[in-house]
Write a protein that binds this ligand. Structure first.
Ligand SMILES: NC(=O)c1ccc[n+]([C@@H]2O[C@H](COP(=O)([O-])OP(=O)(O)OC[C@H]3O[C@@H](n4cnc5c(N)ncnc54)[C@H](OP(=O)(O)O)[C@@H]3O)[C@@H](O)[C@H]2O)c1
Length: 312
């Protein structure tokens, strides 16, 4: 499995991360099989969040792998989790980046994952009431206690990251952002600079370039979806041309159409680390093949255009 460096951490990680948002849809036996497949493929980077399955995904993960504080397996894994979305009775009641909330969340995550440290902690969604100095204090506290090694953000733009960096003096390692070929304003805004077309705006404040400039690893989430959880474009009637081109390009590289969509992300020189969401071991195996393939420029642009993205 091809590896990439995560930000400036020195951590070498597989080019694909395994997202665990739907792990609780699996039985214990299915989860064991799925996670074993991931590890056999060299996919040892797992993305969690405290809210996935209201904590059940983290609990099942630890159970299925037989994790414990003395487990030898732990150091072979790279565990990332997220906090900051506050829920009550399954409903989101707000975002919360207060120091006490972050510290409490991490303790609960560690307990569920049956570990004493996270490799990475990611702030899930920007809190409107953010006090960056308080977040930095929380990070400092977690780092000093050895509970978290590195920190990142999710769904943040360049200015939000820069604001946090004014107070937190270690480089943010990752920014987890929604990104697929069917949902790629992050990329298309940079192609359409200074044009009056709909794609011209850069509402994210050049987040892609900020991350490249500061060596922050972008982790595309929902790499196979369109809209906001509207479904996957793979095999969708809404994307006939994209599916045709993914099939054609994939055939040339012995990749499935879904793996080709992942190869499209991996072809970007920013060294994205896409987070897969499949819970199907066969799908995961197919997707992992994308890491061994380098699409040509022509193939990359053909897929970009086939998804309905335009070039000026
Ligand atoms: N930071 C954030 O705000 C945020 C938000 C959402 C998600 N995430 C993270 O990103 C991860 C991925 O998100 P996602 O699940 O939306 O990603 P995704 O990989 O785009 O979507 C996965 C879904 O596509 C389906 N699918 C259909 N055909 C497939 C094929 N041929 N190959 C693979 N999958 C196929 C999967 O079903 P099968 O299981 O049947 O394959 C699964 O339901 C999550 O697990 C989570 O860790 C982060």
């Amino acid at each position: 499995m091809k590896t990439i460096q995560i930000g400036k951490t020195g951590l070498a990680a597989p080019a694909l991360a395994v997202g665990c948002m739907r792990l609780n849809r699996l039985s214990r036996t299915e989860a064991e099989r799925f996670l074993k497949t991931a590890l056999d493929l060299g996919l040892n980077f797992f993305d969690h969040a405290d809210i996935y399955g209201h904590g059940d995904c983290e609990t099942l993960f630890a159970e299925a792998l037989g994790l414990s504080l003395s487990s030898d397996l732990r150091e072979k894994l790279i565990l990332q989790s997220k906090c900051g979305i506050e829920q009550r009775d399954g409903n989101t009641i707000g975002y919360n980046f207060s120091k006490s909330y972050i510290l409490r969340s991490v303790d609960a995550i560690l307990k569920r994952l049956k570990t004493d440290y996270l490799d990475l902690l990611v702030l899930h969604r920007p809190d409107a009431l953010l006090d960056p100095a308080e977040v930095a204090e929380a990070f400092q506290n977690l780092k000093k206690a050895g509970k978290v090694h590195y920190f990142g953000v999710s769904n943040q733009n360049a200015a939000q990251m820069a604001l946090l960096q004014k107070y937190w003096d270690e480089p943010l390692a990752v920014n987890q952002l929604q990104l697929s070929v069917a949902n790629c304003a992050l990329i298309s805004s940079g192609i359409n600079v200074n044009l009056p077309s709909g794609a011209a705006g850069s509402p994210d404040g050049s987040t892609l370039d900020y991350c490249r400039l500061h060596d922050v690893t972008i982790q595309p989430w929902s790499p196979l979806q369109y809209g906001f959880f509207e479904g996957t474009f793979i095999g969708s009637d809404k994307y006939p041309e994209l599916n045709r081109v993914l099939e054609e390009v994939g055939a040339a590289h012995n990749l499935s159409p879904a793996a080709t969509a992942i190869a499209w992300l991996l072809r970007h020189p920013a060294n994205f680390q896409p987070i897969t969401g499949t819970m199907n071991p066969t799908h995961l195996r197919y997707l992992s093949a994308a890491a061994d393939v380098q699409l040509s420029r022509e193939e990359w642009y053909a897929i970009y255009i086939a998804a309905g993205n335009t070039l000026p």
